[in-house]
Design a binder for this molecule. Structure first.
Ligand code: GUN
Ligand code: ZN
Length: 427
């Protein structure tokens, strides 16, 4: 019999989609049984104690037990330049990002940052991430090795560029294909690893490079594909100049067979009606990156996309995003929703940060939800982690009112415990 742990707390799990069913889509149970790497059962403390009388007990009182956070779009190589001042997207890339990404030619530096980054994620209750790497294959090995050492399920891939970037950060269509294929063969499906074919965005890839990566994705449609789409209006204008034949930004990917299921399109703020429909029809997903969209000054994401059925996940976009915390990211999503007249309910915010992101990454059957048979990747949240939060939560009439102050004002101090693949990694 593998190890068993009985976790007691306010176990919050989704039985349906709160964007469809409202907050009643979630329910709160008393206990959760972890067996080996998986969630074995959810129910009353008495029932689960009877099922597993030998289980070790971890009692978190009235803390909230949730699926671990899933961040569906980030750049681990930008860890060291998070919160860099005063630039919009293209200048921010040239001034801060590209010089930092050049340092990842050194595998020792890549390994050091990869470990630091994943430790910061775990401190913040994030148990799964989809991250861009750099042009250097060693940067991909570094993050997958660091994730393997922590038993984390991550999605990652070599960022490909062959123009409009410093020469040291450019490859060619053939090298992008060859390196990506070799890394994919080495990592995809090894343990908990998922490979994502990763063209950075259309301005930094030639048509030939996009086509080479589209061909690779057609050969390996079980992989993910991640890129950026329609983040800033200047960027969209640049894409129009670089691809005059394309009717819109999305078509630059579509023409290269880079649109489909398991495709995750970061930002997707300024979409045309055709782009919205096409993403939906093709079963693609978009990553909402609210702290980045305000920090870099990109715009206000339209949550109507989710209301109309498109798959939407939530993401930090570190280091364009200004945080490693999915609590902070949920707060920013709420604020942007308010600015657009669509206040997101806490049930919707937490769903986006767990189930929504897992679905966007094609991992919904494995993680992102509390249900028997799924990975025991969990975060336990103290809903009274600071005096300011505690005094507000004390008035709460239900679990959502108790959680919302932590979403809006909480940080890593609210993260009481974290479990990855059934192992307690933070307490
Ligand atoms: N578009 C292309 N590259 C990037 C990046 O690294 N960060 C963000 N936010 N947008 C991008
Ligand atoms: Zn990004």
């Amino acid at each position: 019999m593998p190890d068993e742990t009985l976790i007691l707390g306010r176990v919050l799990r989704y039985k349906a989609d709160p964007f469809v069913e409202g907050p009643g889509a979630a329910r709160v149970d008393e206990a959760l049984l972890v067996r080996g790497e998986l969630i074995a059962a959810v129910g009353t403390a008495a029932d689960l104690r009877a099922q597993a009388p030998e289980a070790e007990v971890a009692d978190f009182g009235d803390a909230l037990v949730s699926a671990g956070f899933v961040d569906c779009h980030a750049h681990y190589p930008q860890t060291g330049i998070v919160a860099s001042w005063g630039k919009r997207l293209i200048d921010w890339l040239n001034t801060y990002t590209f010089p930092e990404e050049m340092r990842f030619a050194d595998p020792a530096y890549a390994a050091e940052v990869a470990g630091r980054y994943l430790d910061l994620l775990l401190d913040n209750g994030t148990t799964c991430v989809a991250s861009f790497c750099t042009i250097h294959p060693g940067s991909v090995d570094a993050i997958f090795e660091a994730a393997e050492a922590r038993s984390m399920a991550i999605v990652a891939g070599k960022t490909c560029m062959d123009r409009n970037a410093p020469a040291d950060l450019c490859d060619t269509p053939q090298r992008a294909y060859d390196d990506s294929k070799r890394l994919l063969d080495a990592w995809h499906g090894r343990g908990r690893a998922t490979y994502a074919i990763t063209p950075r965005f259309s301005p930094t890839s030639s048509r030939e490079q996009l086509q080479a990566l589209g061909a690779l994705w057609s050969e390996r449609p079980d992989c993910a594909m991640q890129t950026h789409l329609s983040e800033q209006t200047d960027e969209i204008g640049w894409v129009r100049e670089l691809f005059p034949e394309a009717q819109d930004y999305l078509e630059t990917y579509e023409a290269a067979a880079l649109l489909g299921r398991r495709g995750i399109y970061g930002h997707s703020i300024h979409l045309t009606a055709r782009e919205r429909d096409r993403l939906h029809e093709m079963g693609a997903a978009v990553a909402h990156c609210p702290t980045s969209n305000t920090f870099i000054g990109s715009g206000l994401f339209d949550m109507g996309l989710r209301d109309r059925g498109l798959t939407v996940g939530l993401a930090t976009d570190t280091g364009g995003g200004s945080s490693f915390s999915m609590l902070r990211t949920m707060a920013a999503a709420y604020e942007i929703g308010q600015l657009r007249g669509r206040p997101l309910h806490p049930a919707e915010l937490l769903w986006l940060a767990t189930v929504g992101s897992a679905r966007a990454l094609g991992l919904e059957g494995r993680l992102g939800r509390i249900a028997p048979g799924l990975s025991a990747d969990l975060v336990v949240l103290d809903l009274a982690s600071t005096p300011a939060i505690a005094q507000r939560a004390a008035r709460a009439g239900d679990v959502w009112e108790a959680l919302f102050p932590t979403i809006m004002m909480g940080d890593d101090r609210a993260v009481r415990s974290v479990w990855v693949g059934g192992r307690r990694v933070r307490s």
